[in-house]
Ligand binder design. Structure first.
Ligand SMILES: *[C@@H]1O[C@H](CO)[C@@H](O)[C@H](O)[C@H]1NC(C)=O
Ligand SMILES: *[C@@H]1O[C@H](CO)[C@@H](O)[C@H](O)[C@H]1NC(C)=O
Ligand SMILES: *[C@@H]1O[C@H](CO)[C@@H](O)[C@H](O)[C@H]1NC(C)=O
Ligand SMILES: *[C@@H]1O[C@H](CO)[C@@H](O)[C@H](O)[C@H]1NC(C)=O
Length: 180
């Protein structure tokens, strides 16, 4: 029993030392601006439009974070996306749902909660999303592209797909690969 307690205390001490050294490293002075530490692999997928209105898929790594006391201790925060949240939606795609060619109703993030779904862009790229994946898209009807940029989408697999959608009032753009 005593051994277990000792082991746990030692483990906690190691975690404490590891944690605070990481924290002080991350918060070290003189690392602002371009030298600011960033999450190593904060990924998102982008559905982007070119100037002709064709749509494409790009894998991106989010940067532009800063260390802030969000809840109590410091964590990486990025909260500027060139627009503010205007609406948020929880939705479920039924098994087998397929959408015809369409534009996105709003500039938005789509975060997959469970199940799977896909997009198929006009360059015939097929991309499927799993739980935890983040998509950013701005191929709205009022895109500055020469024609309305569109894509196909639908549910994948034999369970419904649940998503959280966050619409923002950012202006749609063309050729804006990995904006964040
Ligand atoms: C980065 O994240 C992506 C998406 O979650 C994952 O597929 C990939 O394996 C990760 N890469 C590293 C080096 O962790
Ligand atoms: C952020 O949290 C750290 C650790 O608790 C604290 O030392 C620091 O004063 C806080 N900074 C601000 C601006 O609240
Ligand atoms: C978003 O909200 C912030 C704070 O309320 C405001 O300063 C900013 O102008 C807004 N941006 C847009 C694009 O609405
Ligand atoms: C993607 O869409 C193209 C039409 O643009 C179609 O020919 C192709 O079969 C679709 N692929 C998939 C996997 O849905």
């Amino acid at each position: 029993m005593v051994h277990y307690v000792t082991a746990i205390v030692v483990m906690l001490m190691v975690l404490e030392v590891g944690g605070s050294s990481l924290l002080s490293q991350a918060a070290a002075p003189g690392t602002s601006g371009d030298g600011e530490p960033q999450p190593s692999n904060f990924t998102y997928t982008q559905l982007w439009a070119d100037e002709k209105g064709e749509t494409h898929v790009q894998q991106c790594k989010m940067t532009g974070f800063s260390l802030q006391n969000y809840s109590a201790y410091q964590q990486f925060i990025r909260d500027d996306f060139g627009g503010n949240a205007t609406k948020f939606v929880f939705t479920e795609l039924s098994v087998g749902l397929t959408q015809p060619l369409h534009s996105t109703p709003a500039v938005q993030f789509v975060i997959t909660l469970s199940g799977s779904w896909y997009i198929n862009t006009t360059d015939a790229t097929y991309h499927a999303f799993q739980a935890g994946d983040v998509l950013f898209q701005d191929n709205t009807k009022d895109s500055p592209a020469a024609k309305v940029p569109q894509h196909f989408s639908g549910a994948v697999g034999d369970v419904p797909c649940q998503q959280f959608i966050l619409q923002i009032n950012r202006k749609p753009e063309v050729n804006n690969l990995c904006p964040f």
